[in-house]
Design a protein around this ligand. Structure first.
Ligand code: HEC
Length: 99
């Protein structure tokens, strides 16, 4: 009987410890920015390629930026097919760190 309890406790322990491991693909705003946005906005957000707005001085708040990134505007492509909602939020959060 004892051994069974020990086994159950052990397996719960292993499961509990292993579970977060499966979720290690953390969403990194800076990585998404580097691969998706730098070509027009530049590493500092000020490149302005193809008429891209300067991100550090953008007056848009987070929800407005999410709109622009999700649906695109003029030359800027819509990212709704390419990025998940969480990824869009992460990259928008990153744009607020640009100075
Ligand atoms: C193909 C070039 C291109 C790419 C790639 C691109 N953008 Fe843009 N972005 C633009 C252009 C052009 C504008 C200005 C649109 C306008 O004039 O209304 C803009 C505008 C914006 C704005 C609004 C700024 C403001 O103050 O109005 C945000 C925020 C933004 N981009 C974020 C991003 C993010 C985040 C990414 C990456 C996921 C990205 N952009 C990728 C070209 C691009």
């Amino acid at each position: 009987m004892r051994i069974i309890i020990v086994l159950i406790v052990l397996s719960v322990c292993i499961w509990a410890c292993a579970a977060p491991e499966n979720k290690t693909e953390t969403i990194s705003g800076i990585e998404i920015y580097k691969t998706r946005c730098v070509s027009c906005h530049g590493t500092d957000g000020k490149m302005g390629m193809n008429g891209a707005k300067e991100l550090p001085s953008s007056p848009l708040d987070a929800s407005q930026r999410i709109e622009v990134v999700t649906y695109g505007r003029k030359i800027m492509p819509a990212f709704k097919e390419m990025l998940s909602k969480e990824e869009i939020k992460a990259v928008v959060d990153f744009t607020f760190t640009l100075k």
